[in-house]
Design a protein around this ligand. Sequence first.
Ligand SMILES: Cc1ncc(COP(=O)(O)O)c(C=O)c1O
Length: 371
Amino acid sequence: MNNTITTSKIQCLDLKGQHRQIKQEVFDLFEYVYDNNAFSGGPFVEKFEKEFSAFCNTSFAVAVNNGTSALHLALLTLGIGPNDEVLVPANTFIATAWAVSYTGARPVFVDCTADTWQIDASLLESKITSHTKAIIGVHLYGQPFDVDAVKTICTRHNLFLLEDAAQAHGALYKNESVGAFGEMACFSFYPGKNLGACGEGGGITTNNENHYSHLLSLRNHGSKFRYYHDELGFNMRMGGMEAASLIVKLKYLDDWNCKRRQIAKRYQSEIKNPRIRLQYQPDWSSSVYHLFVITTPDRDQLINYLNNNNIFPGLHYPVPCHLQKAYQHLNYQHGDCPNAEYLSQHCLSLPIYAELQENDVDHVIQILNNY
Ligand SMILES: Cc1ncc(COP(=O)(O)O)c(C=O)c1O
């Protein structure tokens, strides 16, 4: 570690470096989309779908307009609707639960474990009722959840498994890429994700051909042939410009994930402050560190101290899903998901992205160790 003093602000995420690096390549492809009027769906979207399914090692990928739509359409494809219940983690971004609510089903929140901060498989069976149809496991912060443990329960109770892989493009569970452990896996290509579009985007991967063709119809007004509508559908197509940017970025994703892993490794081995707890990484998990989340007893104090030292951490997430105002009607109480509640009050996210400079990582580690 060197003792360089960093004077510029170190943000949790800064995309400027990434976009400078690939600007010409992306703009060249944008021009191509423009000249071909391929703005909605079309050849660039199809090319991205092929390349993304190959990346995830799945038979099919369907690109949509964002990750929330991906989850919504995946649930509809499974026939989930009113009177159904779907188990989801309390510790996730709210969109995991929104998708369940959009179908008319009810999200049932499950606490996370105290160390991995992922869905606690040992609690699932206590939440299953005769209405339960599916479990959505979230590979949160880029770290795979315990897929086998959750899958065992799905098999025992005849439930569908969906992966929410919005934060985990390229993450490995027992050396296999996320994206094919359940019926379908849903990704977000929001700009700040490990693979983020220049715009909004989402996608679903699957090995099931029936799901694949149903998803193609649902995202396109319930239509397989133009102006013939077989079911209530949506306009959730991906745009050509977004697909073009993703085609370029996908080529760099392994390299960017590798850089995130190197930064995470440094944080894990060099942060020695006992007031800072890191996320436990089981040996079967290979995270892509979308976020590097820590906990600390007095978060406000640590945030002030970091800010005074030009470090601006993120906060993922300050309110767990079951205590959000929008879900008040479900009558969850403080204490229902204690680990998720603890995290919401004590977590913060350290700067991590591929272009983060070595001396900035030095600075973050040094400042945290001096705290
Ligand atoms: C875990 C999780 N699920 C779902 C989503 C929804 O994705 P999007 O923002 O693309 O709709 C996100 C992204 O924000 C997410 O982090």
